[in-house]
Ligand binder design. Structure first.
Ligand SMILES: NC(=O)c1ccc[n+]([C@@H]2O[C@H](COP(=O)([O-])OP(=O)(O)OC[C@H]3O[C@@H](n4cnc5c(N)ncnc54)[C@H](O)[C@@H]3O)[C@@H](O)[C@H]2O)c1
Ligand SMILES: [Fe+2]
Length: 432
C-alpha cells in the first residue's frame, strides 16, 4: 500500500502531529478593507511612522490615506527609503530616523520589501542595533513596535509572518531574521492595492505564494518539545495543512489570469486571498528546499526571489514523490486533478505545478538564468547554511540530494530526479 514515509512513525506513536498558529490579532481581507486602517492605527496611538514603497508613496490610494490620517489628527512621517534587496546599512539608517520620530505604531505599505523593512525598523526602534545581532531564529529579545501591514503585492505573506530578510555585504547571500515578535499586529489585505502591479511582479510574487503553500504542506513532520521555547518554524502542522491546501485552490486557477490581465478584479482577489492564506500557513510551519536554494541562486544571478523559488519548486517536488506521495496526491486534488490513484496523482501534481510556472513565464532551468554547472556544488553548500529551511525538508538535506535536484534544474529535466521505478513509466510533461 502506498504511504508517506512518516506514516509508520505516526502510527507507532513516535510522531504526533500538532497544531500551531501565530498570527496578527486582526486580519482583514477583501475589496474595501483598507478603509479600516484609520481605526486600526488609532488603536495603537497617534504617531505613525509609515514605511512606504517609494513607487507607491505618490499613488492616489496612499495620498488619500495619508490625507485622511492628517485630517483625523494623526502625526505621520512618511519614510520611503526602501532599497531593493534591503541592504542592512540602509535599514540601520532608517531605524535611526524612526527612533528620532518616537512613533507609536509603524505602518508598512508596499510589497514584501517595504513590509520587511518596516518589521526591521520596528525592531530597531524597540531594541536598537546592530541588526546582525538578530540574524537567525528567536534572537529578538521582546515585543517590537506594533506594525500594521498593508501589502500591495500578492505573494510574500510578510503581512502575517514572523520573518524579514535582509542583505548584508558580510554575508554571501540574503539572511533572515525570524521571531514571533516580528508578526504584525494587523494585516489589511485589500486586492484593490495590487491592481497596478506589473505582470512580472504579479508572476514572481504570485508563484512565490504558491511555493509557500506547497512547501508548508510538504514540510517535514518534526518532533516538537513542548516543554522548551518553541522554534519559530515547527514543520508540517495540522492547522497549516488546511490553510496551505486552500491557498493552492485559490492561487492555481487564478494566477495566470492575473498575470495576463492585471485588471481582472476577481483573479486579483483570489490570488491575494491565496497569498494571505499561504502566509498564514507557512508562518508557523516553515518552507524548505526551494527557498534554501533560492538564496544562493538569487545572489549569483541577481534574479527576484519568486523567480528562483518558482524555478526550483517542480524539481524539489519531483524529489519528494517517492517519500510523500499521499501529500502530493492531496496537492494534485487541490490543483484541480481528479486522478484517484495516488501514485499517478503525485506525479500529476508536479506536472501541473511545472506547467503553471511555464505559463506565467518562469524560466525552465538554471542554465537559462546564467547559472554555470560549476556553480552547483557551491549553491548546495550555501543552501545548507539556511538551517531553518533545510531542517523542514521532507527528503532530508544530504548534499548529494541537493546536488541531484540542482543538476536536474540546471538541465531543465525532471526525469533526472525521477525514482528509478518511475523512469520511463511517466515521461510526458517531465521536462520542466
Ligand atoms: N517576510 C516574508 O515572509 C517574506 C516572504 C517572501 C519574500 N520576502 C521578501 O519580499 C521581497 C519581495 O517582495 P515582493 O515580491 O512583494 O516585491 P517588492 O516589494 O520588492 O516590489 C517589487 C516591485 O514592485 C513594485 N510594486 C509593489 N507593489 C506595487 C503595486 N501595487 N503597483 C505597482 N508596483 C508595485 C515595487 O515598487 C517594486 O519595484 C524580497 O525582499 C523577499 O526576500 C519576504
Ligand atoms: Fe518566498
Amino acid at each position: 500500500m502506498l504511504r508517506d514515509t512518516d506514516s509508520d512513525r505516526r502510527r507507532s506513536g513516535e510522531l504526533h502531529e500538532t497544531g500551531t498558529l501565530r498570527l496578527p490579532s486582526r486580519i482583514h481581507f477583501g475589496y474595501g478593507v483598507r478603509r479600516q486602517l484609520r481605526t486600526i492605527l488609532a488603536e495603537h496611538g497617534r504617531r505613525v511612522f509609515a514605511v512606504v514603497d517609494p513607487f507607491l508613496a505618490g499613488s492616489p490610494e496612499f495620498v488619500r490615506l495619508h490625507d485622511e490620517l492628517i485630517a483625523d489628527g494623526f502625526t505621520v512621517e512618511v519614510h520611503t527609503e526602501v532599497l531593493p534587496e534591503l541592504p542592512v546599512d540602509s535599514l540601520t539608517a532608517s531605524g535611526t530616523v524612526a527612533a528620532s520620530f518616537s512613533p507609536d505604531v509603524v505602518l508598512a505599505y508596499g510589497g514584501g520589501s517595504a513590509l520587511d523593512a518596516a518589521k526591521l525598523i520596528a525592531l530597531l526602534v524597540a531594541h536598537g542595533g546592530p541588526l546582525g545581532a538578530y540574524y537567525g531564529e528567536n534572537k529578538v529579545p521582546g515585543p517590537v513596535l506594533p506594525i500594521v501591514a498593508v501589502p500591495t503585492t500578492a505573494g510574500t505573506g510578510s503581512e502575517v509572518t514572523p520573518v524579514a530578510v535582509v542583505s548584508d555585504p558580510a554575508q554571501e547571500m540574503k539572511i533572515g531574521i525570524s521571531s514571533p515578535y516580528l508578526i504584525p499586529v494587523a494585516a489589511v489585505v485589500d486586492p484593490e492595492l495590487t491592481l497596478g502591479a506589473p505582470a512580472s511582479v504579479t508572476a514572481f510574487a504570485g508563484i512565490d505564494a504558491l511555493v509557500h503553500a506547497l512547501e508548508s504542506y510538504t514540510a517535514a513532520v518534526l518532533p516538537v518539545d513542548w516543554s522548551e521555547t518553541l522554534p519559530v518554524f515547527t514543520g508540517h502542522n495540522l492547522f497549516a495543512g488546511h490553510l496551505a491546501l486552500e491557498a493552492v485552490r485559490q492561487i492555481a486557477p487564478n494566477l495566470a489570469r492575473a498575470v495576463a490581465d492585471g485588471g481582472d478584479r476577481e483573479a486579483r482577489a483570489q490570488v491575494a486571498y491565496g497569498s494571505l492564506l499561504a502566509g498564514m500557513s507557512f508562518g508557523p510551519s516553515g518552507t524548505h528546499l526551494s527557498h534554501a536554494l533560492q538564496y544562493p541562486i538569487g545572489a549569483i544571478t541577481k534574479t527576484p526571489h519568486g523567480l528562483g523559488t518558482g524555478l526550483m519548486i517542480p524539481y524539489v517536488l519531483q524529489a519528494c514523490v517517492p517519500v510523500i506521495p499521499l501529500r502530493l496526491a492531496a496537492i494534485d486534488a487541490a490543483l484541480g486533478g481528479s486522478e484517484s490513484d495516488p501514485s499517478i496523482a503525485a506525479h500529476d501534481a508536479v506536472d501541473r505545478v511545472a506547467e503553471l510556472c511555464h505559463t506565467i513565464g518562469i524560466p525552465r532551468g538554471l542554465a537559462d538564468i546564467g547559472v554555470a554547472q560549476d556553480d552547483l556544488p557551491r549553491i548546495a553548500e550555501l543552501a545548507l547554511r539556511s538551517k531553518r529551511l533545510v531542517d523542514m525538508s521532507p527528503i532530508g538535506s544530504h548534499p548529494q540530494t541537493l546536488l541531484t535536484i540542482l543538476e536536474a534544474a540546471h538541465a531543465g529535466d525532471r526525469t533526472l530526479i525521477a525514482d528509478p521505478a518511475d523512469r520511463g513509466r511517466r515521461t510526458p510533461g517531465a521536462r520542466s
